[in-house]
Design a protein around this ligand. Sequence first.
Ligand SMILES: Nc1ncnc2c1ncn2[C@@H]1O[C@H](COP(=O)(O)OP(=O)(O)OP(=O)(O)O)[C@@H](O)[C@H]1O
Ligand SMILES: [Mg+2]
Length: 500
Amino acid sequence: MPQDRSPVLELAGITKSFGGVEALRGVDFALYAGEIHGLVGENGAGKSTLMKIIAGLHPEFSGRFLVDGQETRFRSARDAHAAGIAMVHQELSVAPDLTVAENVFLGNQPTNRLGIVQWRRMAREAGEQLARFGIDVNPMSRLGDLPIGQQQLIEIARVLFSGARIIVLDEPTSALSPPEVERLFATLQRLRDEGTGIVFISHFIEDILRVSDTVTVFRNGRKVAESVAAATTKGALIEAMIGRGGEALEHSYTDDLMLPTSNGGSVVLKAEQLSLARSLREVSFETRSGEVLGIYGFMGCGQQELSRILFGKLTPDSGTLSVDGRPRRFASTADARRAGVALVPESRRAMLFHQEPVYKNISISILERISALLLKPAREREIAKRQVQQLQIRPPVVGLDLGMLSGGNQQKVALAKWLSYPPRLLVLCEPTRGMDVGAKNDVINIVRDLRQRGLAIIVLSTEPETVLSLSDRILVLRRGAVVREFSNEPVSKDRLLAAA
Ligand SMILES: Nc1ncnc2c1ncn2[C@@H]1O[C@H](COP(=O)(O)OP(=O)(O)OP(=O)(O)O)[C@@H](O)[C@H]1O
Ligand SMILES: [Mg+2]
């Protein structure tokens, strides 16, 4: 906090409520030029809400808002943009049907004197910008055809190179692999040194401590702590965030962890020699009842393709699947579901309905089993209420539209769907992405409970911590091939990274 200068951005006594929900209560926040300001807090603490106020997306709030010392009021995102503020949102906000180049220049296309968009120049400049950021894609390809991680990188690149002097990144690293995170951090540090003010939100507290100059902690709509990053610790931040024993949740998986011997459960799913174009090469494995199989690898290692094959969304070029010893060909997701396979995909948007209440989002998996007529709304709500309680979804109001929940709580709803009628095999892609440490712990407990009930569970993740916290056995995928299996032996974050 360079105290000798005045902040580029200053918010004082900010209060914001949505209907009855008070998302922010009297929050003060200041950002300086040439500063990276880390922001942490539980799911629903109000981080995104404050950032959306800064980005002009919530014009209605009370409190003072100053840019360069001048009292300001943004009416729209356009106003914020004009003031030099740009934001990477927690949920992807790219346009999947436009090309990569159009996305990079979204709303900012280069035009000639007649106002005509200069397509060739746009493609060339987009390609150059992305290459600087280490992204090698054809600027003319349709963005929606790229993997989620690459879409996220492109969105980040768009904001970083927009020339904005205040940049907000709301959980930008969730879909990035370690080398991509390194590149992002190097770019942030360079922009900081050039005088940009940066707000960085993440649930990865080690990242926050590494990259930030200042760290602020939110809890329940209030700012509860602010500190120079070098003067605080992970444990202290967690303690401030959730107000209970930080040490228990502080696990960073740097030490060896002993994987158990096989539980001897029956084989639920067997995959043999699965290959798919350039994505997968002769992938074979088994999953057993009462066992969690972790599949770890960097972005683009083939995890997403594998999960889609297991759920009948993609057909492999060769190889076979069998469930409970019987060979199966999944021509559709309906086939996979009939065989007892359930999938929670990485992009929760694909599965959830933002305009529908929470209870509908939870009961939808049940409705696919029981006819809609048999399930009375009261019963639907009752089942949902139990899940909401078990998962500590906040606010615990099943009638709220899903879109009103914070990112991490939406993720919990995606999991809750499977709790009342569990399948034989549950495939979880990035199950704790965007969750705070407490919520991650809740998910660990839920997965253990489902394992106890005899489900076979596959967890696919690009986060070593996620795989290590949940798995009994771990496969490492690299460029579409299984390169290592960890079972009944010590494993740690370093060992996983080294194998990938
Ligand atoms: N558009 C909205 N309508 C109603 N309530 C909302 C809306 N946006 C946010 N909220 C509520 O405001 C509170 C703060 O949400 P916010 O998204 O700011 O949390 P967050 O700190 O970003 O959490 P996460 O880590 O899960 O992303 C939550 O209780 C949330 O349900
Ligand atoms: Mg958020």
